[in-house]
Ligand binder design. Structure first.
Ligand code: AMP
Ligand code: ZN
Length: 479
């Protein structure tokens, strides 16, 4: 049985879904005002791994919903500063709608390149304004929110548990909230948060705005996640994910407003938070020039799957440190693992499921042992580095037959998502002369002319290219 850390209870808990065999999972998506970076990649790969474990190993059906924040997220999570989308649009000299579309497309492309399975529902905040208004109405009807000339605010004093959620002291949430803002906005309490901003004052020119019972305006950032998660997953669901930055403001706010509206506890059963990725031990920042995109990793000659392997090597509850040296190292480990795997004979049926009791009869005793070691690792709060170590041991094992090794690791890769069985394409920029030699050598190998093919490999190397042989063909790379 899967055990997972629940950041609300701060304990590792057994995972038991609310409904038999079905899991509802909501992930806080990106704010699409700028390029996504490899820190985002880490968070969404961690979500993807959790989902794959639930589906592949636990045999559960997961409905995965992820939002796209295209309105309402201010520079500070505590309702201060500009709207991030407006800021992005100003910088790019484009409309907010153009900026949102452009970065949404870019985000999806980068996440695809990391082999993240797309969520079943990807919902935009701007497509769900009426749902957000309805939810705010419910919250107001229950007496948890109040109207002011500038915004509708959630009254946290009406929600007695608010200060205790995720163990964050109320005073910590006050960091960055200035006293004069409180008076100006007529917030009753500095920690109260906006459900609906009105198009007045600093937002008088706000580009995205809609009619509402409280006047022309736009939703606060937090309400979209409650409205959309409940629309697609119901008032109560199993898993909610996010980065560690959401522990102090965004997620307590989601809980407070959702439970206030529905009167049901809990809104979410398990909270899954990924810690951040840092670069060379420092927070990524534009001024340090260390904000890398997946595209930058590819440009330096690394496979995005090697980056995914890097993510898997760090536990989701530990901060991960990225460095180019580290990238080089994991890229070599990834290539080695893939090479060992692809050298194993294909016989058909290697992808047949190995998980669950029914699969046992089709595995050797040793095969069952390694399968169980893998399951033990992933069920132990997603210990992916231990699961990778099991794969390495399997590939090196001297007693397992090649076919069973291939079957085990191919199944493990349904969780890793490392595309181990996809042989890398031969790059298009290999000179014709070298390609001719490569093809000639392939012919020789087919005819079992080993000495001649070895001699040709050496000639190819002198020309500056390296050949790797796999069971079903070769790849070529520049040395
Ligand atoms: P944002 O677009 O900033 O709202 O972020 C989208 C998601 O990525 C959120 O769940 C963040 O917590 C997460 N995230 C942002 N920066 C990082 C980082 N450096 N490392 C890991 N996750 C991050
Ligand atoms: Zn959210």
């Amino acid at each position: 049985m899967l055990k997972i850390f629940n950041s609300l209870s701060k304990k590792v808990e057994e995972f038991v879904p609310l409904e038999k065999r079905k899991v509802g999972m909501y992930a806080c998506g990106p704010t699409v005002y700028d390029y996504p970076h490899i820190g985002h990649g880490r968070k969404y790969v961690n979500d993807d791994v959790l989902k794959r474990v639930l589906e592949v190993v636990e045999g559960l059906g997961v409905k995965h919903v992820q939002n796209i924040t295209d309105v309402g997220h201010l520079v500070s999570d505590a309702d201060e500063g500009e709207d991030k989308l407006e800021k992005g649009a100003k910088k790019a000299g484009k409309t907010v709608w153009e900026v949102a579309q452009e970065f949404t497309d870019y985000f999806l492309k980068e996440m695809d390149s990391l082999n993240i399975i797309r969520p079943d529902v990807q919902c935009k905040a701007t497509d769900h304004i009426s749902e957000q208004i309805e939810l705010i109405k419910r919250i107001m009807d229950k007496g948890y929110a109040y109207d002011t000339p500038e915004a509708v605010y959630f009254d946290v004093t009406k929600f007695p548990d608010y200060g205790k959620l995720f163990g964050q002291a109320l005073e910590d949430k006050l960091v960055g909230v200035r006293e004069e803002v409180v008076t100006k906005n007529s917030k009753r309490n500095p920690v109260d948060f906006a459900l609906w901003f009105k198009r007045v004052g600093k937002f008088a020119e706000h580009a995205m705005h809609w009619d509402s019972p409280w006047g022309d305006g736009f939703p606060g950032w937090h309400i979209e996640c409650s409205a959309m998660s409940m629309k697609y997953l119901g008032d109560q669901f199993d898993i909610h994910t996010g980065g560690e930055d959401h522990l102090s403001i965004h997620h307590p706010n989601e809980i407070a407003q959702s439970e206030a509206a529905t009167g049901k506890k809990p809104f979410v059963k398990y909270w899954f938070h990924s810690l951040f990725l840092a670069v060379d031990g420092k927070k990524m920042s534009k001024s340090l020039g260390n904000v890398y995109k997946v595209a930058d990793i590819i440009e330096k000659g690394f496979s995005p799957m090697a980056l995914r392997y890097y993510y898997l090597s760090a536990h989701y509850r530990k901060q991960m440190n990225f460095s180019w040296e580290g990238m080089e190292g994991v890229s070599n480990s990834y290539k080695k693992m893939k090479k060992e795997f692809l050298a194993l004979r294909l016989e058909g049926g290697q992808d047949k499921n190995i998980f669950g009791a029914a699969a046992e009869a089709s595995l050797s005793g040793r095969g069952v042992f390694f399968r169980d070691e893998f399951v033990k690792a992933v069920e132990d709060d997603l210990n992916m580095s231990a699961a990778i170590a099991v794969s390495r041991t399997v590939l090196k094992d001297e007693k397992l037959k090649d076919f069973e090794k291939r079957r085990l690791v191919e199944n493990f890769d349904r969780v890793f998502g490392l595309k181990l069985s996809e042989r890398d394409e031969i790059p298009a920029d290999i000179p014709a002369e070298v390609m001719e030699m490569v093809n000639k050598r392939e012919e020789m190998r087919k005819n079992k002319q080993w000495a001649e093919s070895d001699a040709l490999r050496k000639e190819i190397k002198i020309k500056g290219y390296k050949i790797s042989d796999f069971f079903d063909g070769v790849t070529v790379e520049k040395l």
